[in-house]
Ligand binder design. Structure first.
Ligand code: PNS
Length: 177
């Protein structure tokens, strides 16, 4: 059976199945939060991991993004927030995780996600990428589009957690409506 399941009864199995949900999260949206909730029901421990060495200039620092995520997921005991740099598969292995979660909103996401998943599988065949679909209500949201809308004075109510909306208004100097 052990050969079939790949589980040995060692420390990893005692700790349960661990998943990593990586991303930029600049900032977290309700689409991300929906995926965190879905992922946390599948694994015993879910690590939401913010990428550190981004080339693109983020609106929020890694520390701010981690803090915003922590505020939002604090009520879910099996979810932890962390940051990482280097290869995602190396970080995933260090966490004793066997699953990487990624969200897919539309077909347009698929090509890039497939490329990453296949490269990660080549680098670490024991780590499986699991694609999750966000709820339909969130299928059009991205951090980029939310930032653009609030910057231009549009309503982003219901698209990000209230604490994140407050931070966005503060950072972008956008007054309350
Ligand atoms: O939220 P994003 O920006 O789409 O997340 C992209 C992320 C962080 C998942 C990806 O850039 C990543 O895994 N970076 C780490 C570097 C790495 O492992 N690259 C090889 C994978 S193809």
């Amino acid at each position: 059976m052990e050969e079939l399941t790949g589980r040995s009864g060692g420390s990893a199995s005692r700790a349960g199945i661990v998943g990593v949900y990586p991303g930029s999260f600049d900032p977290i949206t309700n689409g991300h939060l929906d995926l965190i909730l879905r992922g946390s029901r599948i694994v015993d421990r879910l690590v939401v991991a913010v990428l550190r060495n981004e080339h693109k200039k983020p609106l929020f620092s890694v520390e701010e993004r981690v803090e915003m995520l922590q505020e939002v997921v604090q009520a879910i005991p099996s979810v932890q927030v962390d940051s990482f740099d280097g290869l995602l598969v190396d970080y995933t292995a260090r966490q004793n995780a066997t699953v990487i979660f990624r969200g897919i909103r539309a077909i347009s996401d698929y090509e890039y996600e497939l490329q990453m998943a296949l490269m990660n599988r080549r680098l670490a065949p024991d780590i499986e990428t699991v694609f999750m679909m966000a709820g339909e209500a969130y299928s059009f949201i991205s951090s980029r589009i939310v930032k653009e809308v609030i910057r231009l004075g549009g309503n982003i109510g219901g698209l990000v957690p209230p604490s994140v909306e407050a931070r966005l208004r503060q950072r972008l100097l956008v007054p309350e409506p």
